[in-house]
Design a protein around this ligand. Sequence first.
Ligand code: ADP
Ligand code: MG
Length: 327
Amino acid sequence: DRTVHQIAAGEVVERPASVVKELVENSLDADANRISVAVESGGTEGVRVRDDGVGMDRDDVQVAVEEHTTSKIADIEDLEAGVGTLGFRGEALHTIGAVSRLTVRSKPRGGDAGTELRVEGGEVTGVSPAGCPEGTVVEVDDLFFNTPARRKFLKTTATEFDHVNTVVTQYALANPDVAISLEHDDREVFATEGRGSLESTVLSVYGREVAESMIRVDHEPDSEPVAAVTGLASHPETTRSGRDYLSTFVNDRYVTARVLREAVLDAYGGQLATDRYPFAVLFVDVPPETVDVNVHPRKMEVRFDDESGVKTAVQSAVESALLEEGL
Ligand code: ADP
Ligand code: MG
């Protein structure tokens, strides 16, 4: 049922940044060493993700855009129940194809033939041989062209691009051994080298001033740790106003959690000027059974069993890093 598919797609694909997230995740799953993301008008006109991963042959490409779970979704209630439990694993390309003009071009590593497949609003409109390098290029044009109500929810180009930039930045920071680049309207925003160090990745993403102000966070707690905390945090004078540049990864997954944000800001205490925010890239490792990552399948929120223990661990890790610098 077409309507249900479009609703389902709207739940999964909220905005261009959600498309980018799914495509970059697929490229990482495909063992890519290089991933280039290019978007047009904040991603509302076009998103292109190119990788040098394992690629797909003609059959793989066709299967990739098919619907995988036999949809028993009868109405929005069922749909929401489904979103809350299973999520839409294996459905990203299919659902993106339902609400856009999707082109997938791919060639397997070591293969001799490439394939191009096109989908428009959920209909496969063509499959043909294509000359292309090994790896995969996915292009998503005219997102929500067939769901005008959804399209109306899109914000300005600047806002949509901000979301895209946040997503690609997080994946770049979390995968220093993959060269990840971002282009907006044909201008390069950043490109990491994939050399494997967090420092060089931060340099590529945030620039020299920020990279040079970064302080190593490497907490060795004396007692039984609730969380092990490592990463980088900026000197309290290297800040930005308005929004924060705090990237937190729990067990290597990018997450947002108010408790982590507060822990970092509290660690700086009175050292920050009003409305100024530091940069931080922190990896927080906790025993998996002590964190709930399924608060919302498409958002990046998590909940910890021991919120105050995690907060103390993160805050004291950053505090002791600052202290060692005499701050
Ligand atoms: P999922 O990632 O959950 O399996 P997707 O809809 O995102 O579901 O992708 C469907 C399938 O298409 C993947 O399982 C993978 O086999 C294939 N695929 C998608 N993107 C790529 C890519 N960039 N490189 C290689 N294979 C891909
Ligand atoms: Mg996927």
